[in-house]
Write a protein that binds this ligand. Structure first.
Ligand code: PXG
Length: 292
């Protein structure tokens, strides 16, 4: 079946889905995006993703030409057109076509793109064995320069960090703030387990306000696990009982080694497993239905 892409109000074949080389999304990374998951014929936390997209857009003074309801409808329609039941959805809004200067006022019409693809999931083995990580030397963008809370199309900060991970032959890396404290990973938030509580950096530290992060915090609370949002140095990760990452693509992935140091007993921890099980239970039943 041919893949259909939502592009500015129409569903077009993949090879017809093109934007201008004058689009400021391409020229300057001027735009915002979301990565969303569908499970079992339902889009997980769609309203939250749309809200975050709208917040990101407002932060860069980009006016999205659709309402929240229309964005939700367009997402569901794109999933339906591609017969997605379990999939990954990429939604982006670019500043649109302008000229070669920076001036965003030259871009009259923002472009909206929605791609809904049937994904291949991370291998289940990853959740059984856990990931090794490194701390990368690329610092997370300062919120005073480009707030990581804005999910902008300018992801070079993360890509530079990802290149360090690739060179070190690991899948993810921990990024520090400019003050040298733990912020998040290139495409995932980070949690540590200390005793019977969870600790994760606060949004004010300059991280993406992750949707999966928020779900895990809700689930932890429900399980009677205390969650503390605070800044901490990398040594707290080394000495933590458990560590895991959260993200739309990753769900909850256990971390078993950081910078060559074993975390806990070097195996995925009990608390991580408990929260992953609860998370999967939730994704099975919750979400915006794609099909009636
Ligand atoms: N931090 C950053 C920097 C991210 O980009 C997350 C945390 C997790 O947030 P959510 O809301 O997904 O729980 C992200 C989002 C991918 C991919 O294909 C993942 C993200 C962004 C772009 C691509 O793995 N993660």
């Amino acid at each position: 079946m041919a893949q259909l892409i939502y592009l500015d109000g129409e569903l077009v074949e993949r090879d017809q889905a093109k934007v201008s080389v004058y689009d400021h999304g391409l020229l300057y990374g001027d735009g915002v995006f979301e990565g969303i998951r569908a499970y079992n014929g339902r889009v997980f936390r769609l309203e939250e993703h749309i809200e975050r997209l709208e917040r990101s857009a407002r932060a860069i003074m980009l006016e999205i030409p659709l309402s929240s309801e229309e964005l939700i409808e367009a997402t569901v329609e794109t999933c339906r057109a591609n017969e997605v039941r379990d999939g990954y959805i990429r939604m982006l809004v670019t500043r649109g076509e302008g000229d070669l200067g920076l001036d965003p006022r030259k871009c009259a019409n923002p472009s909206i793109v929605i791609i809904a693809a049937n994904i291949q999931l991370y291998p289940e083995e990853l959740y059984e064995t856990g990931l090794p990580l490194i701390t990368v030397s690329t610092r997370r963008n300062s919120p005073a320069s480009l707030d990581p809370g804005i999910k902008s199309l300018n992801y070079l900060n993360n890509i530079l960090a990802k290149i360090e991970c690739i060179l070190a032959d690991v899948q993810e890396g921990i990024m520090l703030t400019n003050q040298g404290l733990v912020s998040e990973c290139t495409g995932d938030n980070i949690f540590i387990v200390m005793g019977d509580g969870l600790v994760t950096p606060p949004v004010e530290a300059g991280i993406l306000d992750g949707i999966t992060r928020a779900v895990v915090m809700e689930l932890a609370e429900d399980e009677g696990i205390r969650v503390t949002e605070k800044l901490f140095p990398i040594t707290e990760v080394y000495t933590a009982d458990e560590c895991f990452l959260t993200g739309t693509a990753a769900e909850l992935v256990p971390v078993v080694k950081v910078d060559g140091r074993q975390i806990g007993d070097g195996k995925p921890g009990r608390t991580t497993r408990r929260l992953l099980d609860r998370f999967r239970e939730l994704t099975k039943s919750e979400g915006t239905p794609i099909y009636d």
